[in-house]
Design a protein around this ligand. Sequence first.
Ligand SMILES: Cc1cc2nc3c(=O)[nH]c(=O)nc-3n(C[C@H](O)[C@H](O)[C@H](O)COP(=O)(O)OP(=O)(O)OC[C@H]3O[C@@H](n4cnc5c(N)ncnc54)[C@H](O)[C@@H]3O)c2cc1C
Length: 589
Amino acid sequence: MVSKRKAPKQESSEPEADHDAGAAQHPRKKERLDLNAPHPNAQQTEDFGIVLREFYPPEMSNERCQAYNDGTIERPIQTLEKACHETTDQVRDLSAGQAVVHWFKSDLRLNDNRALHMAYEIAKENHVPLICLYILSPEDLTAHIASPARVDLTLRTLQLLQRDLAELDIPLYMETQEKRKDIPGRIVELLQQWGANHLCANIEYEVDELRRDAKLVRLCAEKNIDFAPSHDTCVIPPGALSTQQGKQYAVYTPWYRSWLAFLKGNPDYLELSEKPGRNPGDARQKLSELFDCQLPATPENKKLTEQEKKRYEELYPAGEHEALRRLEKFLEKKAREYNDKRSIVAGEHTSVLSPYFASGALSARTAVVTAKRSNKNHLDRFDDGYITWISEVAWRDFYKHVLAHWPFICMNKCFKPESTNIEWEYDPDQFQAWCEGKTGFPIVDAAMRQLRHCAWMHNRTRMVVSSFLSKDLLIDWRRGEQYFMENLIDGDFASNHGGWGFGSSTGVDPQPYFRIFNPLRQSERFDPDGEYIRKWVPELRDVQGKAIHEPYERGAGPIAEKNGYPRPMVDHSACRERALAKYKKALQK
Ligand SMILES: Cc1cc2nc3c(=O)[nH]c(=O)nc-3n(C[C@H](O)[C@H](O)[C@H](O)COP(=O)(O)OP(=O)(O)OC[C@H]3O[C@@H](n4cnc5c(N)ncnc54)[C@H](O)[C@@H]3O)c2cc1C
């Protein structure tokens, strides 16, 4: 639950002026002109489709990012904490009411779900039924560029969740709210309709979501409804770990050491919440109409073709049963070798659990606890494979901590705002070639085609293609970040931004800008036999041996040409020099 004692001291400073529906129309205060002036390149980012002006204001200035760092502007997580703190005493003489409600967001599971567990406990204690709620907002999905594959997985997961809940006589009520700004009001309306005085939900750390929940906390308090959002998605909640100077870590390794130490001292953070039990006997009768609820329709702009739908159903069967099955299988069969093989891109040496973390079918706690158990109960020693895997799951926590502390990264800025001064190229043809996997760099093309086919890509190649776009092509990395969200089934804002920040050297703990991935070396190292390339680039299937890594240079040009495989679109060495010069110029200003 959000601590009611941690409210920030500073005053709110137009929290909505950055990144919220309709914020673009907000009147600007005169004395804040500096902070509110858009970034000088704002028009370019808008023209290149990076800033979605239908939903958000122009790209903010670097000074405004600095104001977040200085604490002059309230962070959205503080806005939520403040709302909780200031409404603590407002909710009085609370009776149990006729039901308790759990609002599902991206936590679509029964097992180890903190808020769901709390809702069930309150309901049980008061002998009233638990009602579960899900609201789909097409506007939210558009604004957050959720991929059709991810929306499809969410809907398939909801269907199974509804079935599992019904077995416990718990209804899952689902509806569509076109406009996301209507969600808090609609939830309160439903709570009143159902006579519920308690609402439980887990926190999502993205900016719009934190501000929405802060509004809901206040709205609930006005109606004498208790709503205390819970921390659930991270093993350790954002804000709980800080450096000796009391600051947020921006480097992973010391953060991870502190993460491990915290868990050693606070083992309760690894306690799994039980899934809810059965609703009281008369719940089915009393709430009969809620049990017949239809799955929300897929929004028009998120529909898959029949072929894609079938493919994703086969690749990623939905729901928590599948997630737990995959987890067990991975830990039993592959985790031991994870350390040695995780970067090999051919075959499947990683867990491919990211779609399940993203939809909330699997909790990070469950993953860590189960891996720890497989590792004979150690978090930090015994078998390298398990330890490395746990440390990868921890990256997910790390990036969410970063997001909560530096919320402007959710607003098309990067951790190092000065990097937005780099003179990026905005070349639509080159960008298109990258998207289609027609760059002439086999490893890049294989990866981009894997993404198109599977809505997923191996971590190593995510690094390769993000580096290629931002450094070889010098295309604004935010367009690539967006393209990933538009296409990944595991699209997760914090991890995606973190990964792009790493590849483009603009984020926390990035690779230094002068370390530029050489696609050829990456290909030779992580796909030594070219198996991955042959799988995803059929034009090169007949190319023998090492020529697969650069067919035109190694004597396989005729085959490549005959099959229509393009020549390399750029010269890597020249691009490298150009990137070094441009990065240096921008970062030394
Ligand atoms: C440019 C770029 C974009 C990315 N975008 C996303 C994204 O949108 N969603 C997403 O979940 N991951 C993203 N990642 C991180 C990582 O690539 C995927 O989590 C991983 O490939 C998923 O495969 P897996 O489940 O088999 O991972 P495993 O290797 O089995 O790891 C287990 C879990 O640990 C977490 N994890 C592993 N590596 C990372 C990492 N580098 N950062 C954060 N979490 C990690 C994931 O939850 C993953 O499922 C991105 C990485 C890069 C470089």
